[in-house]
Design a protein around this ligand. Structure first.
Ligand code: IGP
Length: 259
């Protein structure tokens, strides 16, 4: 059975659109604001939303995401509170939510309890950036095939070809193609080879390919997403939300503003 997350992305691309997945930091500005944000992004036309869990020791987060994480931690949110909160809004949320968190908080939560609680919250995917694909059995062994949760792998510019192929054929949902060798945020320039890399990934991937890291605007998203199924945007969205700059958010959804 195709997982919902993958089906929703494939439906989007079949209709001739690119998938757009904003990343937000849960609890930045408080959980009430997070609820408003999720519903706003849903109404605006987001394909899915990546929900970041604040963590004291992040690995790949650039300054914008780190600061959002600190603001969220100052609101005293935790993985437990965020999952409970997502459960309370699940009937209002019609698009797939993907949780992005590090491995440590999941282990502390207890992996079986974590999986059963996120199922209850109707979460459709998981991104665990510090979990190497080779170790994904730690989560996969707890999931049963019928569970509608996709474990999203990250592929970097430097992943070896044989590893990429293995990952692509053993994954569901979508593959997260990281566009730069660095941290999240809009500061770094893309390599000249990026389009070639993405095209190649797309040509061999049996599942949708979405790219993220360093995408700063809609125009930029169009360029990065040209040869693949869609994009993920974090820092630019997180900063605009923090500033309540809805014009910047809306500009990522031109089909809405042009109506
Ligand atoms: O912020 P950017 O450059 O737009 O990139 C997306 C990113 O923030 C989000 O997907 C993310 C936040 N923290 C991460 C850690 C690892 C991988 C991905 C992420």
């Amino acid at each position: 059975m195709t997982k919902t997350l993958q089906a929703v992305i494939e439906q989007t691309t079949t209709q001739g659109n690119k998938a757009f997945v904003p990343y937000i930091m849960a609890g930045d500005g408080g959980l009430e604001k997070t609820k408003d944000t999720i519903l706003y992004l849903q109404k605006s036309g987001a394909t899915a939303i990546e929900i970041g869990i604040p963590f004291s020791d992040p690995v790949a987060d650039g300054p914008t995401i780190q600061q959002a994480g600190l603001r969220a931690l100052a609101q005293k949110v935790s993985l437990r509170k965020i999952i409970a909160f997502l459960t309370t809004i699940k009937h209002e949320v019609k698009i797939p939510l993907v949780i992005m968190t590090y491995l440590n908080p999941i282990i502390q939560y207890g992996i079986p309890k974590f999986i059963s609680d996120i199922k209850e919250a109707n979460i459709k995917g998981l991104i665990i950036p510090d979990m190497p694909f080779e170790e994904s059995s730690i989560i996969n062994d707890v999931l049963v095939p019928d569970d509608d949760i996709a474990l999203i792998p990250l592929i970097s510019l430097t992943s070896p070809q044989t590893r990429i192929e293995k990952i692509l054929h053993e994954s569901e949902g979508f593959v997260y193609a990281v566009t730069i060798n660095g941290i999240t945020g809009s500061g770094s320039a893309f390599s000249q080879d990026l389009q070639h890399h993405l095209k190649k990934l797309k040509s061999i991937a049996p599942i949708p390919v979405l790219a993220g890291f360093g995408i700063s605007s809609h125009d930029h998203a169009v360029i990065v997403g040209e040869n693949i199924d869609g994009v993920i945007v974090g820092s630019a969205i997180v900063e605009a939300l923090h500033l309540n700059d809805f014009a910047t958010i809306d500009a990522f959804f031109p089909q809405q503003t042009s109506i």
